[in-house]
Design a protein around this ligand. Structure first.
Ligand SMILES: Nc1ncnc2c1ncn2[C@@H]1O[C@H](COP(=O)(O)OP(=O)(O)O)[C@@H](O)[C@H]1O
Ligand SMILES: [Mg+2]
Length: 273
């Protein structure tokens, strides 16, 4: 854990760099820009809209990234940093409205497509690596991720990477495992397909590409890795991401029931095929 945090500190973008900024066309609800520095490379910057009940959306992106690293699941390298790190980013966006401008999510820029733009590439990866898909699903169930559409997974050098993790991480809902604010719109099937009702679900897409999902997804190795994470590691990860201690308690509890939870989830999810 210590070496992960030390390594992350060296990757975290710093205001001392000489950043060049270019605003990007963004189809989602948030605003984005590309920040480039000679020493730190290219970063995809996301300025988030305040989704009301999830003011910690940027911090949750960082937590998901850190937990992904701890569990060895491919989540985009993401940091919650003061927007001023990159200079006058907010001046790029005249229609700022309800954007949270004090901090932003800085992510490793992925030079690749989303699953919705490259379904063939995604299918190839899924068919040849069902074990990695199983790890992604078990990890998503553990942290609480129910907003995983085809635009929220990218391909980098032919492998899947999870992006857009701001509504994941435990929430307070009794219906959802995540922090998605639109709890009332979710039907039980949407919880199984881990996706907002009006979006195409990555879970559904991926399960339909497997010939025997029940068998191919039965034993995610990541469950053992998550079981090996200590309470103190999870407490430290939550604290490091500037999130409240109850989230660490929720992750500890779910770590201890993950094997059973996954069996139940897979039983329901395999019916999506
Ligand atoms: N780290 C990244 N590198 C490159 N492109 C990205 C990255 N993160 C997001 N994108 C692109 O921006 C789009 C919107 O990003 P996303 O995080 O899903 O934003 P929103 O929260 O607004 O849905 C993605 O579908 C993808 O095309
Ligand atoms: Mg998105």
């Amino acid at each position: 854990m210590k070496s992960i945090l030390t390594q992350r500190a060296t990757r975290r973008p710093q205001s001392s760099e000489d950043w060049k900024l270019v605003p990007l066309q963004h189809r989602g609800v948030n605003q984005s820009a590309l920040a480039t520095s000679n020493t730190h490379g290219e970063w995809f910057i996301k300025i988030c809209r305040d989704p009301g009940s999830v003011p910690d959306i940027c911090e949750r992106e960082e937590l998901a990234s850190l937990l992904g690293e701890m569990a060895e699941v491919p989540v985009v390298d993401a940091f919650c940093v003061p927007t001023a790190t990159f200079g006058a980013v907010t001046e790029l966006f005249p229609l700022a409205l309800d954007l949270m401008t004090d901090r932003c999510v800085a992510m490793h820029r992925i030079a690749g497509s989303t699953v919705s733009l490259d379904p063939e590439g995604a299918s190839r990866f899924i068919r040849s690596h069902p074990d990695k898909l199983a790890d992604i699903f078990a990890f998503s169930l553990w942290i609480g991720d129910e907003d995983r559409g085809l635009d929220d997974v990218m391909l980098e050098n032919g492998s899947l990477v999870l992006i857009d993790n701001g509504l994941s991480g435990p929430g307070r809902s009794s219906v959802l495992r995540s922090a998605h604010p639109a709890e009332c719109l979710y039907r039980p099937i949407d919880v199984t397909r881990m996706c907002f009702p009006f979006k195409k679900s990555f879970v559904e897409f991926a399960i339909r590409r497997l010939s025997e999902p029940n068998r191919q997804l039965a034993v995610p190795k990541v469950i053992d890795r998550i079981a090996g994470l200590r309470d103190t590691d999870l407490e430290q990860a939550v604290l490091h991401s500037q999130l409240p201690p109850w989230m660490a308690s929720a992750l500890v509890q779910r770590r201890d029931t993950l094997r059973d939870d996954y069996v139940k989830w897979l039983k329901a999810a395999a019916d999506l095929s």
